[in-house]
Design a protein around this ligand. Structure first.
Ligand SMILES: NC(=O)c1ccc[n+]([C@@H]2O[C@H](COP(=O)([O-])OP(=O)(O)OC[C@H]3O[C@@H](n4cnc5c(N)ncnc54)[C@H](O)[C@@H]3O)[C@@H](O)[C@H]2O)c1
Ligand SMILES: O=C(O)[C@H](O)CO
Length: 327
């Protein structure tokens, strides 16, 4: 009998097709994983899960007695209760590296769009408001090149952002991370800072850490008050790394100048969220890695991880490699 697999939210079509040839795969799109009877019935028999952002907690695991592996189609894994999965010998994998450059491109794109007010001015043109040849200073933006970029979370994506900022835009780079990175300091002329100094000195503050108990609410009222009034805040990490109500207040009070956001406390964001009424806020719907090429590669990597786990082999991208026991 074919092994039963749940595919959830996002697995690219060719990869899904290939998995369907080998396994009994059921695809679920944005279902309520706590209450959907069809999902829960299949979960009771499933040996593997592959997909995007399925909340895997104790309650879900209690209903999945045959589960061997959860293969995230994402690098972030704050949706997984890793210690509970470890306790039950269920493997957890993610898709690092293949998305790094794409996410860095997205974050840098949002940064430039925010600084130069591109979405706002796009609307200005399309609304027919461009009626005199030269627009006035009320529509000017600020330079990106030669400014100071503070990167919080100098991991794979943080470094790819630093590379673009240093080689492409001659920016001065400050960074704050759990460890110092001498090679990054040398390659991109980056300087390590404590968090407060980074916030005080940066023209652009870019947050790209994982969401963990330590980074939850890392940037709130106090941190926004430390930033320059001209600072532009960019969040490419996860919405909950920021206290969103404090971000809204900081923008309303003029504590900071603008924000570019790919991630939000609640996704999809509610239309009533004040952030969506602000011209100085640029938003995208969590699209860091969402290009055709990169999403396909992520699905391929996730499928390889899933199959390795199901075959009792060590997956290439085990999130916690220390749990691996040779079968
Ligand atoms: N917006 C998107 O679509 C998108 C796409 C991919 C990744 N992400 C987010 O980006 C994160 C980073 O991805 P990555 O591949 O660069 O991961 P990574 O593990 O290579 O890098 C994370 C870095 O954050 C640092 N860090 C962790 N806790 C910290 C703390 N408390 N203070 C300061 N630094 C801390 C780590 O030391 C590490 O250098 C992901 O976990 C995910 O949340 C978002
Ligand atoms: O972490 C990631 O890979 C992206 O945010 C998609 O969830």
């Amino acid at each position: 009998m074919k092994k039963k697999i749940i595919a959830y939210n996002r697995v690219e079509k060719p990869v899904l097709k290939d998995l369907q040839n080998k396994y009994d795969v059921r695809f679920f799109n944005n279902v309520d994983t706590k209450n959907n009877p069809e999902f829960l019935e299949f979960l009771g028999q499933a040996e593997g899960i592959i997909g995007l952002e399925m909340p895997v907690d104790r309650e879900l695991l209690d209903q999945a007695p045959n589960l061997k592996i959860v293969s995230n189609v994402s690098v972030g894994y704050s949706n997984l209760d890793i210690s509970e999965m470890n306790r039950r010998n269920i493997l957890a994998t993610n898709t690092p590296d293949v998305l790094t450059d794409t996410v860095a491109d997205t974050v840098f794109g949002i940064l430039i769009a925010t600084a130069r007010r591109i979405p706002e001015l796009d609307q200005f043109v399309k609304n027919g408001e461009w009626i005199t040849e030269a627009i006035g200073p009320e529509y000017f933006g600020v330079n990106v090149h030669h400014k100071t970029l503070g990167i919080i979370g100098m991991g794979r994506i943080g470094q790819a952002i630093a590379k673009r900022a240093h080689h492409g835009f001659d920016m001065e780079i400050l960074y704050h991370s759990r460890t110092k990175k001498p090679d990054v300091e040398e390659n991109f002329n980056a300087a390590y800072c404590d968090l407060d100094s980074l916030l005080e000195s940066s023209d652009f503050v870019c947050l790209i850490t994982p969401l963990t108990p330590e980074t939850k609410g890392l940037i709130g009222k106090r941190e926004f008050q430390l930033m320059k009034e001209s600072a532009i805040f960019i969040n490419g990490s996860r919405g909950k790394t920021v206290v969103e109500k404090d971000l809204i207040k900081a923008l309303q009070n003029g504590n900071i100048a603008a924000a570019g956001l790919d991630v939000f406390e609640r996704e999809p964001i509610k239309l009533s969220n004040p952030l969506l009424q602000m011209e100085n806020v640029v938003t995208t719907p969590h699209i860091g890695s969402s290009t055709h090429e990169t999403e396909l590669r992520m699905s391929e990597v996730a499928a390889r991880n899933l199959e390795a786990g199901l075959q009792g082999k060590k997956p290439a991208n085990l999130i916690d490699a220390s749990v691996w026991k040779q079968p």
